[in-house]
Design a protein. Structure first.
Length: 131
C-alpha cells in the first residue's frame, strides 16, 4: 500500500493518506473558489480508514457552512492553510491535494462545476512561464 503525507503551511499539523483515492476532483464552484482563494479546489476523496492524523490534530479547526447541506472546510488554527476534513456524513475524508508533500502519482479525473468557473480563469498554455 502506498502512503502519501501532508502538512499545513506552518508544518505543525501532519497527516497520512493510504492510496488510491476514491476520486480526485477539481471543483470550480463559487464556494470552493472562496474557500481556497483560487480558481478551483483540487480535492481527493478517501475512505476514513485510509486517513490518519500524524501530529497536532488539536490545531485543526472545522467550519460547516450553515446554509449548505454538506459544505465544510478545515484549516490550521495557526497558519490558516486548508486541511483534510470528514464529510458531514462521515463516509469520506476530503483531502486538499495542495497540502500533500508526496506525489500521489495521479491527476484529477474530473472538473466539476465547469459552468461556474471564474470568468478570469485562463488557459495556462497561453501564459508565459517563470521559475
Amino acid at each position: 500500500m502506498t502512503v502519501v503525507r501532508g502538512v499545513c503551511l506552518c508544518q505543525i499539523v501532519g497527516f497520512e493518506v493510504d492510496l488510491p483515492f476514491i476520486k480526485f476532483v477539481k471543483c470550480h464552484c463559487s464556494r470552493c473558489r472562496r474557500a481556497t482563494g483560487s480558481a478551483f479546489a483540487a480535492n481527493a476523496y478517501v475512505l476514513p480508514s485510509a486517513f490518519r492524523w500524524t501530529r497536532s490534530q488539536e490545531y485543526v479547526g472545522r467550519f460547516d457552512l450553515p446554509v449548505a447541506r454538506s459544505f465544510s472546510t478545515s484549516s490550521c488554527r495557526l497558519c490558516g492553510s486548508p486541511l483534510p476534513h470528514s464529510t458531514r456524513s462521515g463516509r469520506e475524508v476530503i483531502i486538499p491535494v495542495g497540502t500533500l508533500i508526496d506525489n500521489p502519482g495521479v491527476s484529477p479525473s474530473i472538473e466539476t462545476c465547469w459552468s461556474s468557473r471564474a470568468p478570469w480563469l485562463s488557459d495556462a498554455i497561453n501564459l508565459p512561464t517563470t521559475d
